[in-house]
Design a binder for this molecule. Sequence first.
Ligand code: TRP
Length: 436
Amino acid sequence: MTTIRFLTGITPSGTPHLGNYAGMMRPAIAASRSKEVENFYFLADYHALIKCQDPERVQRSTLEIAASWLAAGLDPAHVTFYRQSDIPEIPELTWFLTCATGKGLLNRAHAYKAAQDKNQEAGRDSDDGVSAGLFMYPVLMGADILAFNAHKVPVGRDQIQHIEMARDMAASFNHLYGEFLTPPEAAVDDNVATLAGLAGRQTSKSYNNTIPLFTPPAQLKKLIGSIVTDSRAPGEPKDVEGSALFQMYQAFATEAETATMRQAFAEGISWGDAKQKLYECIDREIAPMRARYEHLMSHPAEVEAILQAGAERARAHTRPLLLQLRNAVGLRNLAALGQGATKTGKAEKTALPSFKQYREKDGLFYFKLSAANGQLLLQSTGFAQPREAGQWIARLQSEGQAALADLQAHLQALPEVQPDDIAAALQQLQDAATQD
Ligand code: TRP
């Protein structure tokens, strides 16, 4: 059994706030400590360019978000932590997927449709101000995921459609070229709190009502002081239901503390006292991380080095996959063609038996040989390296039947297949390769 591979991206287009921390970072970091899973977390900076065309802000946000995750406890020894734009295989795969994806699929993306609806309501052209980047966003995201053959993608509800699209893209690509890509699944955690903002609305980068995660203590206190409450006086019982303050307290307090606070609300704690308790509770958790955050922010080269090391590890996965995919789609070294290169288009179209190389959920690499009519003739067992599967295919192609004896140990039993059919198929392939 291979370990389940989790992958998730964080778009660096703002400063992380307490809501991001409690809702996403803290649970993701806790989950990443599990030994049973392999984790890939990355800064989706190509994605940031869709929403943000201020270069300084992209750079600043990349540093802030990387430093925040590291300060909050992400361990780069345990999690492959990298920056999307350091992985050139991602844009390459984006193009392969673009060509295998129906435009209609992208027309249905919620984010694109929402932009169109807004334009229509305002009486503008429906594509007004919509960049091709926004339209292509799901393909880039699909490439992020499929380049690592990730199994599970922890995302918010708003991103589920993108994961489904990534599945569709993997299926279309595999249908055209063979089973190379693993269809991912969304992992949505509904228990995770979304914190209300200062004014009671949901926190979001676009309202200016959030508390930055690593704001200095005095500022933290001030922002907590500005959380909107009702006008109930000290001594009057207060509702925990719908209280942004209580909800935030709950996100940082222990269960026992939360129960005590619930009681205090019922007994009429003053808003001032409740805010003081909230401040203490948040600062207790954030203060130890703040020192590390400030260190990283003032030593950006350290962050850069961590991301570079992460990119190296990430590319150990993406480089071999993209080599295979380039070959699969036909972007190949011409020298490998030899004499067969002069074959006419017509000759090439005659149906031949075919090899397919693919990867299974178990992480191993397989190949199979199918007859021209689609009948399965050979089915390999799993190989740890794609190269091994490739080498066997090469031997079967060049040596034909003679390579079969050595291969026996790596074949799954197919009792209904006649040895003669295999021999004929291999002969046919060899004939085709030597034909003018
Ligand atoms: N689109 C995601 C968001 O805005 C970020 C993201 C980019 C992502 N690529 C990804 C998330 C791949 C998961 C997997 O939240």
